[in-house]
Design a protein around this ligand. Sequence first.
Ligand code: SF4
Ligand code: SF4
Length: 130
Amino acid sequence: MTGASKPTMAQYNCLNCPGYCCSYPVIPLTKRDVERLAKYFKLKYDTAKKRFTREGHGHKYLMRRKGDKHYGRICQFFDTKERRCTIYHARPSTCRAYPGSGRCGYYDFLMHERRCQNDDTFVAITNHKD
Ligand code: SF4
Ligand code: SF4
């Protein structure tokens, strides 16, 4: 969810990653996250809720997604050309917290695959369980 990386502490760098975590099928939002999006886009709460979220997987608010050439589906707010979040300052709390300090499993996998392929643009694919 592009952006939790702190290069001096973390063992991953989201700037070198095509944004795998933004393709997770379940990106839950809180009511506060929806309020933040509504404010950011200058929309009424109900409009933001309808436009940006859907119910599913036991969650009242799930991030809507769109097509992506690498991962199939990805967050609606992801720039699929620049491979980055377009609402960084208004992104949901889940995105802010992910993946925590330390390591990102996908980043380790990606770097390993890129070394093996000798290709620093290689995009490693792994299936979500949904
Ligand atoms: S809001 Fe931004 S950081 Fe969060 S999943 Fe979407 S594109 Fe990624
Ligand atoms: S998968 Fe990991 S390295 Fe890639 S954008 Fe997400 S947190 Fe950053």
